[in-house]
Design a protein around this ligand. Structure first.
Ligand code: FES
Length: 101
C-alpha cells in the first residue's frame, strides 16, 4: 500500500502493541503505521469498524491512537521518537481521571 521511496535512513524503533517497527526520524506516527502495513489504527467505538488515517492534516480524527499511555493522540500530527510506545484503540478509550479528583 505505502512504501518508502528509498531505504529507511538510520531508522528508529517504535513499539506498536508491543511489536517493534522501524520508522524514519521526522515521520509522523501515521506515516510509520501506514508504511508498516498496519491494517487499522483504531476500532470505532460506535460500530467497531476498523479505521485508518484519512486526512493526514489533523482534521478528521480518524488516526487516534494511544501514545506512551495517553489515549486519543492524533497519529498524523505526532512525530516519531525512538522507543515510543503506541497502542491501537479498540473502541472507546477509558476516560482519564484528573489527578486531583
Ligand atoms: S488523519 Fe485526519 S486527523 Fe489524523
Amino acid at each position: 500500500m505505502f512504501a518508502a521511496l528509498g531505504p529507511v535512513p538510520d531508522g528508529i524503533t517504535l513499539f506498536l502493541d508491543d511489536q517493534p517497527i522501524i520508522a524514519c526520524p521526522g515521520d509522523t506516527v501515521a506515516v510509520c503505521m501506514l508504511r508498516a502495513g498496519i491494517p487499522y489504527n483504531r476500532l470505532s467505538p460506535v460500530s467497531g469498524a476498523p479505521r485508518l488515517p484519512y486526512c493526514m492534516i489533523g482534521h478528521c480524527f480518524e488516526c487516534l491512537v494511544e501514545i506512551d499511555g495517553i489515549a486519543n493522540q492524533q497519529a498524523c500530527l505526532t512525530v516519531v521518537r525512538d522507543g515510543m510506545k503506541i497502542r491501537r484503540q479498540l473502541g472507546a478509550p477509558l476516560a482519564l481521571k484528573h489527578p486531583e479528583v
